[in-house]
Design a protein around this ligand. Sequence first.
Ligand SMILES: Nc1ncnc2c1ncn2[C@@H]1O[C@H](COP(=O)(O)OP(=O)(O)O)[C@@H](O)[C@H]1O
Ligand SMILES: O=C(O)C1=C[C@@H](OP(=O)(O)O)[C@@H](O)[C@H](O)C1
Ligand SMILES: [Mg+2]
Length: 170
Amino acid sequence: MSRPRVVLVGPMGAGKTTVGALLADGWGVALRDTDADVEAHQGRSVQEIFVDDGEPAFRALEREAVAAALAEHDGVLALGGGAVMDPATRDRLAGHTVVFLRVGLADAASRVGLASSRPLLLGNVRGQLKKILDERAAVYAGVASAVVDTDGRGPAEVAEAVRAALEVPA
Ligand SMILES: Nc1ncnc2c1ncn2[C@@H]1O[C@H](COP(=O)(O)OP(=O)(O)O)[C@@H](O)[C@H]1O
Ligand SMILES: O=C(O)C1=C[C@@H](OP(=O)(O)O)[C@@H](O)[C@H](O)C1
Ligand SMILES: [Mg+2]
């Protein structure tokens, strides 16, 4: 059975998708991102799925996308920020190499921008982000085998810190 070289978790704006692409490029492996997998499978954006079918429907699709990627993918895997809130997903992550990209409110808000297309942030980016960071911090830490701080660091520096945390060559 193949397994991802690293699974990236953390809140919106942590840089999972961006840093995941840098890591995958550097290692010459593929990046898989569960948001992109759900969108490709559904032929709709995450935002459209939230609006049309609601968050629980998205979470069910996301759970299946994570399960498939964990079982099939041997490159870098970026999860959507809320995926780890699902207990079955947390169980599946056990034994995987999971890096929590930690980000504070200021950096997360400035990265996602005030006009975020992320459905959970519509209307009140900072307020919603603060709530999510508070609610999920312990959950991210609980599934992680390593934690990498991203505040004040650009994507390349974060990717380097991930490699250092994994103690694998660039
Ligand atoms: N370390 C970083 N420093 C500055 N901007 C970043 C960093 N990581 C990501 N970004 C930018 O922040 C935004 C969100 O990044 P993204 O990779 O989509 O985060 P996530 O997948 O964790 O929600 C993108 O515009 C990206 O270019
Ligand atoms: O944190 C969340 O609940 C979400 C994070 C998003 O992915 P990113 O973390 O890649 O932005 C996306 O899955 C959806 O908008 C919900
Ligand atoms: Mg992402």
